[in-house]
Ligand binder design. Structure first.
Ligand SMILES: *Cc1c(COP(=O)(O)O)cnc(C)c1O
Length: 383
């Protein structure tokens, strides 16, 4: 029988799980233009507002003038340009690791690295709330993947104990993308040492946001960034306002990935404009932490003004989930917020577990307190 997409679509619509693209007609700013209407954006991962920062734009323009628009080939053919090299060195320094390697996106990095370091016969231990790209990396790896309860180190240890005599890899988001909470990295690293495992952390939402220098949750929790068991992955398209991703670790690891990671090898290298913007972002946040400070002030402001405290998570994070439960109701509230001038994305299964559909609010450094107060007012009427 052939696949009938139209039947599948009807099914999704009945389940209130149908998705469609909403195209904005402006830059990725605090206020975005959608269908002729201005909406205050509370659903962007552009946490620091860097996606429209003049310094990043200028760096991109200069890179286009000097190096053109395309890289023309994959990294191992003729696509490696001096900007790749410069960016990788800057990332390694920023992340405190021996060496870093750029991937074309976070998705590429996760499906490219995990299967390269874990294979048939090996064991992966994966947090149950890990990002889809990590889950896909595990699937591609052919290793035995064991899912441990969210942030439950005792459960993880139980599983590790039962898996003696194999190569082991522990994988976790550092900031969980739909919940906003952080992983207990020091404890995970302790377990990695105790059970001779590697620890792979995904700092997609940590980079630029957590830590004194903005280097991520690992820095925030005082993890030894050069720890031989630690592999740090992160993205350049969220707080850093550009595009792409990186993996940081030992020189030997990076050398091995260059030789073996299919998602690194078989794809055209990132273009100059993107690399230059990433480099400018790292230089900017390394020198100036004021945007990060403003972001955390805004997060605190949201928490202090929002009255229904039992609806809020107990921790501070730029990702604030408000759990509604049912998908239809979640999308109705999201629509209600739209009508009042706010873009707050509703998140439904399979992105989150059945019965935990939610509004996922993200705070940016560039929101004004007035915008945050007005969102809270609208939320309190609708939820
Ligand atoms: C966004 C995200 C990714 C994917 O990164 P892209 O660069 O957007 O492909 C990977 N992991 C996590 C935790 C993410 O939130």
């Amino acid at each position: 029988m052939t696949i009938k997409p139209e039947n599948k679509i009807s099914e999704l619509k009945n389940l209130k799980l149908y998705r469609f693209l909403k195209t904005i007609d402006s830059a990725q700013d605090v206020v975005v233009r959608f269908e002729g209407k201005n909406l205050v954006n509370f659903s962007s991962n552009n946490y620091l507002g860097l996606a429209i920062h003049p310094q990043l734009k200028q760096a991109s323009k200069e890179a286009v003038e000097k190096y053109g628009t395309g890289s023309g080939a994959s990294r191992l053919i003729t696509g490696s340009m001096s900007l790749h090299d410069e960016l990788e060195k800057a990332i390694a320094q920023f992340k405190g690791c021996e060496r870093a390697l750029i991937f074309n996106s976070g998705y590429h990095a996760n499906i490219g690295v995990i299967p390269t370091i874990a294979g048939a016969g090996d064991f992966i231990f994966s947090d149950e709330l890990n990002h889809a790209s990590l889950i896909d990396g595990c699937k591609l790896s052919k290793a035995t993947t064991q899912v441990y309860r969210h942030n439950d180190v005792a459960h993880l240890e139980e599983l590790l104990k039962k898996s003696s005599g194999t190569n082991r890899l522990i994988i976790t988001d550092s900031v969980f993308s739909m919940d906003g909470d952080i992983a207990p990295l020091p404890k995970l690293l302790e377990l990695a040492e105790k059970y001779d495992a590697l620890l792979y952390i995904d700092e997609a939402h940590g980079t630029g946001v957590f830590g004194k220098k903005g280097c991520g949750v690992a820095e925030h929790l005082s993890v030894n960034l050069a720890h031989p068991r630690l592999i740090q992955m992160g993205t350049l398209g969220k707080a850093l306002g550009s595009f792409g991703a990186y993996v940081g670790g030992s020189s030997a690891l990076i050398d091995y990935l260059i030789n073996k990671s299919r998602a690194f090898i078989y794809t055209t290298a990132l273009p100059p404009a993107v690399l230059a913007a990433s480099l400018a972002a790292i230089q900017l946040i390394s020198k100036d932490t004021s945007l990060k400070e403003k972001l955390w002030q805004n997060i605190s402001h949201f928490h202090s003004q929002f009255k229904a405290k039992d609806r809020l998570p107990a921790f501070l994070s730029p990702i604030i989930p408000i759990i509604i439960g049912e998908s239809g109701r979640t999308m109705e509230i999201s629509q209600g917020l739209f009508e009042r001038g706010f873009w707050v994305q509703g998140i439904r299964p399979p992105t989150v577990a059945e019965g935990t559909a939610r509004l996922r609010i993200t705070i940016m450094a560039t929101h004004t307190t007035d915008q945050i107060d007005k969102l809270i007012g609208a939320l309190e009427k609708l939820i």
